[in-house]
Design a protein around this ligand. Structure first.
Ligand code: FRU
Length: 489
């Protein structure tokens, strides 16, 4: 109990420190920038998506949340559910910090066989597996302050009980030891946990979610290493020819190709113990700056069969200081991950989920006075291999430019509105897409973000922006054959 009160004290002190920033509440930031169809917390701070699990008709999304301030602080798990991946209902906070620490990122599963004994086979428990981050040890620069704990719910995630014998996985003496993603793997008849450990991942297994055995390590000299590894995931996908492969997602911060945070992936094989690579290419799930810590839903029904992904639409480089005050950060739109065997090797593509069609109201042409809100889907059809440009602006001369020139695809947000909160924010982002034959570009636009899907998700670029007035004037040039705008709500 003693350490609980110290944790509370630290929480209070942290929220005092951040009070200044909370007071800068601009009346209009909610109206101006709060997305319409992307998930945002009811108020205050949010980062990573956590505990994504489907159960009994509901997609659960938990998230890293600090309900007392609009900057990062003592982490809780916020909670929301959706029946269609499009509209989200806010639920009360699911997990609060306790004497073992703040509640960092993790996952949730349905223990159908009641292997944990924490529910019954008639009412299987929903179990959250998360990282405890003990703030006093962290402050004192100890090395074992991150451990893994579990909590269970017997009422569809509405109320939670922490397991009495937490932590279930002790720290072996490594500072960065976090973000467990757990899945039941029927082919190996065990629970498998993938955990981020500083510059690599560890794989563990368990018969009951309470006792864990280390199986292997992966990644010491593979992939990008410009920062710490975080928020991994491991799952199977089938390519267009019916070949099964295992995909590992690993977020990294900093060390992303455009600076700050980003998520890399690896394609390979997994035998229940060890992950081995198909090729050594470092690939990125998204080529923009603002899709981090994304992982996938567990327990999606077999007849659906999709691997559904969602990421945090921000970047640690500036997440704490973006010009929104009532709340901070949104999630990406949910995406379906698809495996393709290509001439460049195995690639994971991201397609916006079909459910988003529900948002579509009316199709209009660029230039139509009907485009008043910055809430629409822009589709560009282009002549493959040829250069094009699309500028989207407002009457204040604020603009973004999406362009393809000499094989370089770019998103320029240097004049996109409020950019001065961070030096590196207002720049042009360039990626080499000379290997692509670009035929279609779809841009989901929602107040403070643009998510660009090339050729139905072959490549993706997610970017946040803060224009002072809606960007609604669309001008195209070069090899754009057709442009169309669908108003969304
Ligand atoms: C990633 C991350 C995780 C950690 C959480 C803390 O964005 O740093 O590694 O669990 O955020 O909020």
């Amino acid at each position: 109990m003693k350490s609980l009160s110290i944790i509370t004290l630290i929480a209070i002190l942290t929220s005092c420190e951040t009070r200044e920033s909370s007071q800068k509440v601009s009346e209009s930031s909610d109206k101006k920038f709060r997305p319409v169809y992307h998930f945002t917390p009811p108020s205050q701070w949010m980062n990573d998506p956590n505990g994504m699990v489907y159960y009994d008709g509901e997609y659960h999304l938990f998230y890293q949340h600090y309900p007392d301030s609009n900057v990062w602080g003592p982490m809780h798990w916020g909670h929301t559910v959706s029946t269609d991946l499009v509209s989200w209902e806010h639920l009360p906070i699911a997990l609060y910090p306790d004497e073992l620490g703040y509640i960092f990122s993790g996952s949730a599963v349905i223990d159908h066989e009641n292997t944990s004994g924490l529910g019954s086979s008639e009412n299987p428990p929903m179990i959250a597996i998360y990282t405890y981050h003990e703030p006093i040890g962290a402050k004192n620069k100890e090395i074992d302050y991150q451990t893994q704990g579990i909590a269970y719910s017997l009422d569809k995630g509405r109320t939670w009980t922490k397991y009495q014998e937490n932590p279930v996985l002790a720290n072996p003496g490594i500072r960065d030891f976090r973000d467990p993603k757990v899945s039941w793997m029927p082919e190996f008849e065990k629970w498998v946990m993938i955990l981020a450990v500083k510059d690599h991942v560890n794989i563990y297994s368990s018969p009951d979610l309470k006792t864990w055995t280390k199986e292997s390590e992966f990644g010491h000299e593979i992939g990008a290493h410009g920062g710490v590894w975080e928020c991994p995931d491991l799952f199977k996908l089938t390519d267009q020819n019916g070949t099964e492969k295992w995909v590992m997602l690993v977020s990294i911060n900093p060390g992303g190709p455009l600076g700050g945070s980003a998520t890399q992936y690896f394609v390979g094989a997994f035998d229940g113990t060890t992950f081995t690579l198909s090729d050594e290419e470092t690939r990125w799930i998204d080529h923009g700056t603002d899709n981090y810590a994304g992982v996938t839903w567990s327990n999606i029904p077999e007849q659906d069969g999709r691997r559904l992904f969602l990421g945090w639409m921000s970047n640690w480089q500036y997440a704490n200081i973006v010009p929104t005050y009532e709340w901070r950060s949104a999630m990406t739109v949910p995406r379906e991950l698809i495996l393709r065997d290509t001439e460049r090797g195995y690639e994971v593509h991201s397609k916006p989920v079909d459910e988003l069609v529900k948002l579509e109201k009316q199709t209009v042409q660029p230039g139509s006075p009907e485009i008043r809100e910055q809430v629409y889907l822009l589709t560009l059809e282009t002549e493959p291999g040829k250069d094009f440009e699309c500028t989207i602006s407002n009457d204040l001369n604020e603009q973004v430019t999406i362009a393809f020139e000499n094989g370089i695809f770019s998103f320029d947000r240097s004049k996109s509105g409020i950019t001065d909160f961070e030096e590196g924010f207002g720049v042009k982002h360039e990626v080499d897409f000379s290997d692509l034959s670009i035929e279609k570009v779809k841009v989901y636009v929602d107040k403070a973000s643009m998510e660009i899907f090339i050729n139905d998700g072959q490549r993706v670029m997610t970017e946040i922006i803060f224009p002072n007035e809606p960007l609604v004037k669309i001008n195209t040039s070069g090899a754009i054959k057709n442009a169309e705008v669908i108003l969304l709500q």
